[in-house]
Design a protein around this ligand. Structure first.
Ligand code: NAI
Ligand code: MG
Length: 502
């Protein structure tokens, strides 16, 4: 691993300029400092050094942003805007993201630590697709005409129909694992449905959200429609959740914080949607094609250093394939080069923060104590930056903490099974239900097993494939509500029934 001391040297001019001064927050179409004057530092995970300072939003700033969003929702040009104009704005924003894709990818790689080339293809690429897909909806969101009966007034004529209206002011709280992509998943559908928004990016990774804010202004969205307030969860995030003028909270993050937010939001009966943690199984069937399944299962857990809510973190391998699988997977992941994400050759990049590094190393220790065997990895790499070696914990069993809890790092638990009839029970045996993958050549397995898996997404012979047309969300404690696809319209509209008596 080459030690990097100055990540900024690898940036292009635009990204370097962006991080050369303190970044402000976007409220009512203007870039402002926090009311308190406070700032916080955002850290480069490859070196542990400060990238730049960012204005720190708190209750007062959230209050200003919410009121700006409220005004924009009640009487700004946004309310009267014809659907095709809203579509044009979303398309323009997608084009601007595309034009600035390289700069955004560099900022993402710097702030989160991830591989720059992957950031550009995946994070930024899917963000563009998300805005384009959602740009198609505004002119196509319709209500229904209803065949009314009205038995109490049989001689009267009635006409009944529904309107699909926006929910109002939406508070959106997002995590650090896909910072810009999470902005897109949250903002694009909310805007397509005509809402206004206060977005709080994760404190670890505020930069691309703020750069996106500039592009939103450049695209020509009216003031106050999108407000972006960086800050901490227990201050800015909590204030957004509690604010009486926020109609809905959309959250992605840990199940633990999701529960806090759901409880808090209940006080003002806000609508809530939750995309939470996971412990997704990858199930290798005895007939699986190892040429596909081994690299597939490796990338299911190693992609984004395992910091993926639907990562394939529990791997179930049948007796007949166990030794070959473990050997192949060890070879696959131990050959990946570790280092800064700003060098696109490095496929294993740092975890996002020192806290995340400690959390993951702690889980590896717990796994050892519980009796799992560390087949490869298991150590921190280097003493600057937050690098963890790709790690396989083998011979795990269902009752271990490392099998039950979300580690959110490059650590996979490999478990042997002998009885195919037990596999569904094992796969479903955690509190989570976000994703699962099935690796088989037998269509009968697919038909029989998929309906029994308790997960919002089931992949067959692939894992972590997300598409804007496919609804995404959780069963069980992985959350509720479905993002993306047509189903996301349910999260950002509400139905009004209208009854006219003639
Ligand atoms: P987190 O759930 O604390 O943070 C996610 C977002 O929620 C951030 O924007 C944070 O500022 C905000 N937040 C935190 N506390 C809040 C509160 N009381 N009220 C309102 N907003 C609040 O996640 P964290 O601490 O970064 O990571 C902890 C673990 O959570 C990870 O190890 C991982 O297991 C899981 N996680 C899951 C994610 C997913 O995509 N499902 C994403 C990030 C973390
Ligand atoms: Mg937290």
């Amino acid at each position: 691993m080459d030690a990097v001391t100055d990540s900024k040297a690898a940036l292009g001019e635009k990204a370097r300029n962006f991080v050369s001064n303190t970044r402000k927050m976007l409220i009512d179409g203007k870039w402002v400092s926090s009311v308190s004057g406070k700032t916080f530092s955002t850290i480069d995970p490859a070196t542990g050094s400060v990238i730049t300072d960012v204005c720190e939003g708190d209750k007062e700033d959230i209050g200003l942003a919410v009121m700006a969003a409220r005004r924009a929702f009640e009487d700004g040009p946004w309310v009267k805007m014809i659907p095709s104009h809203r579509e044009r704005l979303l398309h323009r924003l997608a084009d601007l993201i595309e034009e600035n894709a390289e700069e955004l990818a560099e900022l993402e790689a710097l702030d989160n630590g991830k591989n720059k080339a992957i950031a550009q293809a995946v994070d930024i690429g899917i963000a563009i697709e998300t805005f384009r897909y959602m740009a198609g909806w505004p002119s196509k969101i319709t209500g229904d005409v209803l065949p009314l009966s009205v038995p109490i007034a049989p001689d009267q004529d009635f006409f009944g129909y529904t309107l699909r209206e926006p929910v109002g002011v939406i508070g959106q709280i997002i995590p650090w694992n896909f910072p810009l992509l999470m902005c897109a998943w949250k903002l694009a559908p909310a805007l397509a449905c005509g809402n206004t928004i206060v977005l709080k990016p994760a404190e670890e990774t505020p930069l691309t959200a703020l750069r996106l804010g500039e592009l939103i202004c450049e695209a020509g969205f009216p003031d106050g429609v999108v407000n972006i307030v960086p800050g901490y969860g227990h201050t800015a995030g909590a204030a957004l959740t509690a604010h009486p003028e926020v109609d809905k909270i959309a959250f992605t993050g840990s199940t633990e914080v999701g529960k806090i937010i759901a409880r808090e939001a209940a006080d003002s009966m806000k609508k809530v949607s939750m995309e939470l943690g996971g412990k997704s199984p990858a199930i290798i069937m005895p007939d699986a094609d190892l040429e596909i399944a081994i690299p597939g299962a490796a990338s299911a857990i190693m992609f984004n250093q395992g910091q993926v809510c639907c990562a394939g973190s529990r791997l179930y391998v049948p007796d007949n394939l166990y030794d070959a699988f473990l050997e192949g997977m060890t070879e696959n992941i131990s050959s990946l080069s570790i280092g800064s994400g700003l060098n696109p050759e490095n496929m294993v990049n740092p975890l996002v923060s020192e806290i995340q590094l400690e959390r993951v190393m702690n889980y590896i220790d717990i796994g050892r104590q519980e009796g799992a065997s560390v087949v490869t990895g298991g150590k921190r790499r280097g003493d600057t930056g937050y690098f963890v070696e790709p790690t396989i914990l083998a011979e795990t069993s269902q009752d271990m903490k490392v099998v039950q809890e979300e580690i959110f790092g490059p650590v996979v638990c490999v478990q042997r099974y002998s009885d195919v009839s037990e596999i569904v029970k094992l796969a479903n045996d955690t509190i989570y239900g976000l994703g699962a993958s099935l690796w088989t050549r037998d269509v009968g397995n697919i038909v029989k097993i998929v309906p029994k898996i308790k997960a919002g997404t089931v992949w067959v012979n692939c894992h972590n494939i997300l598409d804007v047309a496919m609804p995404f969300g959780g069963f069980k404690q992985s959350g509720y509500g479905r993002e993306l696809g047509k189903e996301v319209l349910e999260l950002y509209t509400q139905t009004k029934s209208v009854c006219i008596m003639a």
